[in-house]
Every structure is written in C-alpha cells, then in structure tokens.
Design a protein around this ligand. Sequence first.
Ligand SMILES: C[S@@+](CC[C@H](N)C(=O)[O-])C[C@H]1O[C@@H](n2cnc3c(N)ncnc32)[C@H](O)[C@@H]1O
Length: 837
Amino acid sequence: MDPPGSTAGACTTSSAADTPSSTTSTKATQVTNDSNSPPEAIMKEKPFAMVDATMIKNKVPPPEEQVPTPNPMVAIVSSSTAESTAASTGGNGGRRSSKRTTMTTTTTTAPPPAKKKPKTSSKKEQDLIDMAWICVACREAECAMDMTSDLLICEGPCRRLFHTACAGLAQMPCSDESWTCHDCRDQRHLCACCQEYGNDQEDIFKCQKQECGLFFHEACLNMQNIAVKTTTNTNSAATNEPETNEHEKDEEATTAPTPRSVKFTCPAHWCWTCTQDETMDDSNTAQQKTKTKGRRRSRTSSVFVPKRDPRLYSCLECPTSYHLTCIPPSCKVHELALLCHEHAENHELPALDMEASFQGTVEAAADKKLQKLNHKHNLDNNPLAAKLNRKRLKRRKARNPFFPAGVVVDRRTAHEQVILSKLSTTTAKATDPTKEDDEMTVELILGNNNNNSNNTNSSSSASSDQRLLFGLPQDIQEEVHSKPPLYKHIHSLKYYPDSKPKKIPPTKDICNCVDKCDEHCLNWLLYKECVGEKGSYTNCRLGPKCGNRKLGLKQHVKKCKPMREQGRGWGLAVQETVKRGGLVQEYLGDVIDEPTKEERLRQWNLEHPNDPNYYIMCLSSGWYVDARETANMARFINHSCDPNCILWRFNVGGYMRDGIFALRDIQPGEFLSYDYHFDTKQGDKFVCRCGSKNCRGTMKEQQQKKADTKKTKGQLWEQAKQKYEKDKEYIQNYNAHEKHNATVWAMVPGTSNSGNTKGGDKVEWTSNGVPEIDRFYATRSRVFLWRTAVLGSNFASRNARMERRRRRSRQPSPAAATAPKATMDVLAILEQLKGGA
Ligand SMILES: C[S@@+](CC[C@H](N)C(=O)[O-])C[C@H]1O[C@@H](n2cnc3c(N)ncnc32)[C@H](O)[C@@H]1O
C-alpha cells in the first residue's frame, strides 16, 4: 500500500455524526445566570434538565426513580463566567455526539448549589460558574446556572445532554416521564475510539465508571492497551477476576447481569501525562505541609509545590484526558475546549468568542486599565511607557486564573477571520444584495432566526461550528453503511496503452517437478507462475494443471462478501473455506506509473481531505495498482498485524501481478487481512485498528527493516560473513545423497520441512536453526540466500561472467584479491550438489 507521505489524517472512514442538521438549535447565546430559583423548584419544572445538574452540585444521590446522575463529563470546566461560557456558542468542534465535546471533567467533586450570580470569585463560587453544559447534538454551550435552559439529560447509560429540540422533541417531557435518547433506546452506541456503532454488550461496552457515558469496542480497547476484564457470566465475575490496573479499583459496573461483561475504565479517567486518575494523590503536598507546620521550612522543603487541580480535561476528539497542570505544550487549549497532543495538529479548536469569554473579559479589563494609565500620564508616545506596557501585558496573561502561566490561548487568526467573514458575506450578498454586511453574516449563520447580534466575531465562530456541526443521524449512517461503496468491477489488471510496464523477458529455465508444481517448484520459488505448454514457450514440465498457475487461471476464492469491519470501514469476509497457500484474490485496478500515482494521490487528497482510505498498491519498481475506482473485491481487504493472508508479487508471463494468498486455513465468515507494510514516513498517522495482540499500532512497514537499514555496510558485511561461514560448515556436513526434492525443500529456510531427520536425529537444515525472520525477509523482499543457488539460479554463471569481464579488462580484480577462499569452496560444493541432484 502506498499512502502519501504527507496528507491523510488517521481518522475513521465516515464523517457521520448524530446531529440532524434540521433540528440544530439556533438559539441566541445570551444566557443569564441570575436565577434565584432554589433547586427544588426547578426540579419540579424541569426534572430532566437541570435537576440532575443541581444534584451533582449538591452531591445529592438521585432518587430511586430517577436513577442516574447526569454525566458530568458533559460539563465544561472552563472557569468562564456564566455569560461568557454560554455566549461562546457551540463551544466545541467535535463531530460526533457520542464524544465528550468539550474540555470536560470527570470530577466527582461537586460544586455548591446554584445561587445568585457570584460577585466574588471564591473557590466554591468559581467552581459553580465553571459549570457549563453542552448539547451533544448542536454543540451549543449552556451555562449550568441558567435554569431556563431546555436541556434534557438522557436517563439511559450514555448520560448525554440534548436541547429539547435537538432531541427531536417539541417540548420538555413531563416530570414523571423518563426520557432516554435514541441510541440508548436502541441499545446501540458509538465507539468513542473508532466512531462506529455497535450493539450494547455484544460488541460495544460501556466504561465501568458510573458517571461515564462512553462506549468502546473491545478491539479498540485492546488497541489502546486498556486493561479489560471479560467474564461470560456476571455472577462469576467476582471470583474469576484477572489482574486489574490501578484505575479500575473504585467502581463496579452498573449494568444488569448480561451473558458477557467487559469491564474497563476508559482513558477519560486518568491523566495521559502523569497516569494518575482524577482523585490525584496530593499527599506529597499534604505531607510537606504537615512537615513544615509549626516550624521553619527547611531548605530542602522550600521548593514550592503547588496544589494540583485533580480534575481531568478531555480532548474534543477522543477520551484522552489531562490534569490542567499536565497538559503538554503540544496540545491546543482555550477556556472552552482542549485538543490532545494527537489531535492538535489536524483539528481546530472551536472559535472562542473573545469579547464575551472570560479570557476576553480579563484582557479587556487590563486593556482598559492600561489605557486609563496611559491617558493619565499621557505616555502614549513615550518609548519607556511602551516598554512598561509590554511588561504589563506579559503579566496580564499570567493573571488569568484559568491558565497556568505560559499556556497560550488559541485564537482564530486575523487572516482566518477575514476569510470566514468574506465567505459568509459574499454568499449572503448573492442572495440579497440590499443587506448590510453584518446583518447578512449573522442572518446567514443563524438561519434568519436571530437578528440581535451584530458581533462578527461570534458569527464567524458560529460559521465554523456550522461547518463542524454537519453529521448524519444513526439511521442515515446505517443506510450508508448497508451497501459497500460503488466501484467499477474488473476481472484483470487495467493497463493504459500509452503507459504500460515493460515485459520481463522469459528465461530458458524449466522446472523439474514430477507430479505437481507446488511450493517446491522452481518457478514458484522464483516468484514466477508456470506458463505455456508443450509445443510453445513454457517454463513448466507439467502443463496447465501443474498447480502453479493460480493467478493465470484465476483460481481465486469465488465466495466472498464485503462487510463492515469494526473501526476499519469495509472489509472482505470469505463465505467458503480457504486452504493454506490458496489464492484468495488478485489485487486488481488501474496500472499506473509513478507520476500518475503522485498526481492521483494529490488530487484525491485535495478533493477528499478526510478520506482515510488508500488503495494504491505497489506492483513492480515504478508501477502501481490503483483500486480506488476500478477494482475487484480485493480492494476491501483490510490490514492486520496478525494477518491470515499475505501479498506476493508473481511474474505471470512477463508481467508482475499482486496475489493475496492464505497463510493458514481460513474458515467461512472470517475477515481476510494482510499486512499492508505501508510505505510512508508518517506511520503515526496510519493508525491500525486490527486489535490483534501483536498490533504495531500503525499500518506502516515493520521496524525490523529500519533497524537493518541503520546498520553500516561494514556491519552488514560482517554479519553476512559470519552467517556464511556457519552455513558453509553446515553444507560441508550435508548429506549430498538426499533426494533432490528433499534437498530443494530443505534448503528453503523456515519452511515446515526445513528440519529433516537424518539417522533418527533431528537435523537443522540451516546452521542457526530455522531462521523465521530470514524466511520472512527473503520471501517478502524476494532476496534469496545463496543456498537457493542450488535451485537453479544463475549465481555461478553470473560469477563466471564477471570473472570473464575482469579478465577482459586485464585488471586484477580487487574483489578477487580480497574474496575469502570460502566463496570458492562453497561454489564447488554447490556445483557438486547440483551435479548430484
Ligand atoms: C484498501 S482499503 C480497505 C478497504 C476500506 N476499509 C474501505 O472501507 O473501503 C485501505 C484502507 O482501509 C482502512 N484500514 C484498513 N485496515 C485498517 C486497520 N487495521 N485499521 C484501521 N484502518 C484500516 C484504512 O483507511 C486504509 O487506508
């Protein structure tokens, strides 16, 4: 497979999300937080919306009929003022509703009950104003204190929040009605890792933390190395528990007994950086405090250890979470949202309405003060004053209580702002040229429902959110996933007449097979298929039924079907048994050269920047097969680090062809897979989700090769020489009277017959035992060890040719002078062996 070196991101195949765009809330974002209503009163009015929020704040356990507390993971911990948080419309850029969508917290430390808008910023009050909710459908943030907001909390396991309209309801359900979202009703949820739907408790499982509403596929958990306890019977779970990690100790699954239970704690509950969970142990700090209490600080304890905020902040795009003080510099962060180190590069934070945000308020206040000061002292044009201002500006950043010093707020650049506003203005002008610019922008963004705002900043933020908001509801997503994508089906490689690879000239070698051309066949060993029959050119003694003509005779598996494969898009499953060594499929498509390949990749990435699928496979040097639009079923076969197939390139009648062969017997219903060995420098972007135990985490070429290439020539030569000496010794002891076939077979390192018995003793046919790695490398790279010379390669004649050339040039050969004598000895042995056979 040949992905480009630079473009694709590692994301899922579909762009689907759950947001029905028609029901997207277009509510104005001015939310007041001056409600005086006591929690009880609100509970009566809106049992599904803010009730749970209040309970969380009060740490009140929910009454039995209202089972769960809300998922605090949908609470933005933003330290923003209530207005600002709410005014930061659509404060997140995630695309799917099942993800936590904001800089979220899993804290169980509840803020105090809702009160009047706080005037001071004591710790508790700060906590209170920290809280904001986000609707998982429209992604609009609501202040947790806004008791008039119409947010509903799903009472199902997902614990997500929706606006009433976004949940598809005309009005709030009655207080005695319980409400669960569509996904919880259908018992189907999206995996927070791969964003594919799965059936609850069958192939998708909820994190065991009670307040967590995230679901994961088992394979996705394996891929992330998350410890999982699997039990078939929940009753026996207690007795038969395997080892657990430290994050799993606190909570038990809340789900009812099921035939199979998978228990785990998802990555949203511990910090990626320090690996501690949200109940972060501050005992060090505490100890230090106790030590220093009542006596003077010793020198050693004089280091200031700040008390860390134990809350975890999660990425918009995945469950990766950090403590505030553990956020690495490679992340993007602002007061409403965070992008983890992996998503920061390829994703944008939602635009922050700076004027209304907390950050903006702090900065504006500082600016005002500065201006006043300048005015007072009339220092505007004074260079000294300018210097002073710069210093103050620096200090101003550090004064923001939300960010630790040094964390820079990510703002939309001026350039982006201009583009966005121009875009919206031009489109609006096209429809109604009489309108004023600002008015049009707002109207366009808010769908004519809101004419109050003329804040271009917030419009551009809304605009960007609209871009991110698009998504498909589950039923549409399922519809899309019910059929594999269309492509033009072909039965043989499609060559373009003006650019076709050159034919490889035939050789005079003919195989020696007696009954059947199988793995012993000379052609097979040289990655050639037998062709022709008596009377015409042929390289085979046996004729068309020889057994080594699978690609030529299209002897591939006929019954196979494209099916969705968890986290990998479409895959190909067989519907019949495939025997080991059998041809599964030929990889078919357009045969293109290097420049065409580069151009196609460039063009596709330009037009489909989010498509993670690559279909270009190497065919021979400088030639490729592109199976994106013209192909056969092989285009659906996915990658696995523990594959059941392998891709081999065979010369069939002078042209190379890619065949996918079974590495073992494959049963009906099994998905086919092979190792892509993606040739890319950006292996990290091609995330593998095969879920196998030995998963490399990437579809990139194995590291092994890299290690080899790092070796210097001298080291490689030394290594080869040592091996050569050992092999020479072995060959000398070799019983040359063995039957030819056995000899040939045994000479192929790593094959199952490569250990033979001689006089009852096990004989290693290679000096170091079975070098599996050599076999793999040799077969994959089509590099044969010198031992395979006995199989008919023209190794000896090549040497003779070279010797002749040297003699002709009448120059003493430097190689001959330094060549170890052993080479000649081994050649002699090889000749002997050949003669003996
Ligand atoms: C030849 S296509 C395979 C068919 C593809 N899954 C589809 O839906 O059309 C190769 C692409 O499939 C996806 N893919 C294949 N194996 C994968 C794996 N183990 N993990 C993640 N993505 C995989 C990647 O996007 C890759 O670029």
